[in-house]
Design a protein around this ligand. Structure first.
Ligand SMILES: CC(C)(COP(=O)(O)OP(=O)(O)OC[C@H]1O[C@@H](n2cnc3c(N)ncnc32)[C@H](O)[C@@H]1OP(=O)(O)O)[C@@H](O)C(=O)NCCC(=O)NCCS
Length: 183
C-alpha cells in the first residue's frame, strides 16, 4: 500500500489505519456529525473498524484514498478526509468530517486544500468536486476557502434520515487550480 502523507502548518495527513478506530468511535458518533453526513447515529460499536477496513480496501484497489487528519503539534486525531476516484472521467469526489472539539481551527480547510493539491499533483486529476446539504453553511464556507467554485444545487437529491435534502455542489478544475497558483 502506498503510504502517502501530506502536511501543512496546521495538520498532517496519513492513510487511515487501526490506530484511528478508538478516536473515530469517540468523535464520529456525535449527533452534529450525523446531522450533515451519512455517518450512522447512534454509532455502532464496530462501525469504526469496519470503516477503516473498507477505506484500506478501497485504497489498495485505487478506488478512494482516505486520510486521518492530525492536528499539529500533538498529532491528535481530529477527523477524516477521503477522495473517491471516478477513473473513467479522471475526476474525484471529496468528503470530510472533523470531530466537534476541533471545529473552528481551520482544520477542514487545511485538509481540503491538501487533498486538492494531492488530486491535481500526485493523481493528475482534471476535476475535484464536493457537495454539502444546503443547511450546512460551515461546509460550504470550507469549500469556498479551498477555492472550489459553486456549481449549483440538486434539489432534494439526498434522502437523509427520512428527509429529502437539497445538495449544494462545488468543484475545482485543474485549469482553475493552475490559474489560482499563478495569480
Ligand atoms: C463542516 C466542518 C467539516 C468544518 O470543519 P472546521 O475544521 O471547523 O472548518 P474550518 O475551521 O476550516 O472552517 C469553518 C468555516 O465555516 C465558518 N462557519 C462555521 N459555522 C458557520 C455557519 N453556521 N454559517 C456560516 N459559516 C460558518 C467558520 O467561521 C469558518 O469560516 P471562516 O474561517 O471564514 O471564519 C465540521 O463542522 C464538520 O465536520 N461538521 C460535521 C460533518 C460535516 O458537515 N462534514 C462535511 C459534510 S459536506
Amino acid at each position: 500500500m502506498k503510504t502517502w502523507t501530506m502536511e501543512s502548518d496546521l495538520c498532517q495527513m496519513r492513510p487511515l489505519d487501526t490506530r484511528d478506530i478508538g478516536p473515530i468511535t469517540q468523535l464520529a458518533g456525535a449527533a452534529e456529525i450525523a446531522a450533515n453526513t451519512f455517518v450512522p447515529h447512534p454509532y455502532p460499536h464496530d462501525a469504526a473498524s469496519e470503516f477503516v477496513k473498507l477505506c484500506q480496501e478501497r485504497w489498495i484497489h485505487d478506488e478512494a484514498y482516505t486520510f486521518a487528519i492530525l492536528h499539529k503539534p500533538n498529532r491528535d486525531f481530529t477527523g477524516t478526509i477521503g477522495i473517491h476516484l471516478d477513473q473513467a472521467h479522471n475526476c474525484a469526489f471529496v468528503g470530510y468530517w472533523i470531530g466537534k472539539p476541533f471545529w473552528g481551527r481551520g482544520l477542514a480547510t487545511a485538509a481540503l486544500r491538501l487533498i486538492i493539491q494531492f488530486g491535481f499533483g500526485r493523481l493528475q486529476l482534471n476535476r475535484i468536486e464536493a457537495g454539502h446539504f444546503s443547511d450546512n453553511l460551515a461546509s460550504g464556507r470550507v469549500m469556498q476557502k479551498a477555492n472550489m467554485r459553486f456549481e449549483g444545487v440538486r434539489r432534494q437529491s439526498a434522502l437523509h434520515r427520512e428527509h429529502y435534502k437539497d445538495v449544494v455542489y462545488y468543484a475545482i478544475l485543474r485549469d482553475d487550480h493552475l490559474r489560482d497558483q499563478t495569480s
